[in-house]
Design a protein around this ligand. Sequence first.
Ligand SMILES: Cc1ncc(COP(=O)(O)O)c(C=O)c1O
Length: 392
Amino acid sequence: MARTEPTLNPPSRAEMRPLEPIPVFAPCTGIDTIKHVTDAFDVGWLGMGATTKEFEERIAAFLELENRYVVATNTGTSALHLALLVAGIGPGDEVITPSFNYVADHQAIHAAGAEVVMCDVRDDNRGIDVAKAEALISERTKAIVPLHFAGIPCDQAGVYELARKYKLRVIEDAMHGFGTRIEGKRIGSYGDIACFSFDPVKIVTSIDGGCVIVNDPGDVERLRHYRFLGVDRETAERYKNQRAWEYDVVSEGFRYHLTNILASVGVSQIKRVEEFIRSRVEVCRRYNAAFGSVAGLRIPESDFTDVSPFIYSLRVEGGKREALIEHMKARNVAAGIHFVPVHKHAYFADARRGDMGVTDRVVEESLTIPLHSNMRPDFVERTIEAILSFYR
Ligand SMILES: Cc1ncc(COP(=O)(O)O)c(C=O)c1O
């Protein structure tokens, strides 16, 4: 029988295996999360309750709130909706927000009965362009909803100056920046209203969840009513894992509360939030160093000091984004797109808006690459290689 010659340098088994896919997002949950959830089940109170309260207290402590208050909700979108209502926004009002934003904001404005007015963003931080926002202000403008895109601060000082000048409410969409500091203070710890999301891909997740931060204890009460069908005593009783059998209904209301079980996931996560942020900042800095000198790529204009990065978003110039996505896909590295601009969506196509010169370019260039809390070093290096090899 003829013997087959062994080949020189046969591929190793590792080399023959397809490369493990690298997703854009990956949750960082572990046995700690499971333990919190099983403990919450053991209490036997699944709905809104004492763990919801604990999560709110931990959010307040993390954000270093003083004389400001947290109301947890079932999503970031419902947090925005309630924030608009408590700010007194309603039918006949206009609210300015960037088109370069997630449609949750626009839907929340609609749900409050107000009209969306879409504004352009700046080229540097992809946050709202305050000068262009000013040009959009009308008699009916009541509020402005800026986004801190990717966790990097927008021109917050400019937004508040504009708000003071025209007596507007500010509802900060801080969904991407849970923990980001501006001049040493965490977003949400000062200013008007701020909203956060704890959805499945955020730095801290409660599977789904969100919160509103307000200055006035009276607003807390109103938010609690809105959150739970307008019922007056619901929060106080449920925070003791009890029900109010006698109650009044004092306002309009929704079922926007956060349950104990989901809050227990949030508690497990927020206990580790500093570790999560630190690890993400390290990866962002590694990405900045790897891509900073590549012609045709623009890195975020941040060294990530004081930034709590939800995503890492590159700018791919020269119309090459789709080709780069394909190149990455072939190496099993996923990429995401933030955002499809809202003025391009059918439902919002007729909303009043200003010039979208920067938005229209930014949305063609922005590319979200994988970023996880405690991201595997081999994932980081493979992501870098998948991108650098495109430019070689
Ligand atoms: C900028 C922005 N705003 C609002 C939301 C809505 O948050 P949620 O998904 O918790 O409803 C998101 C969620 O991805 C977001 O990214």
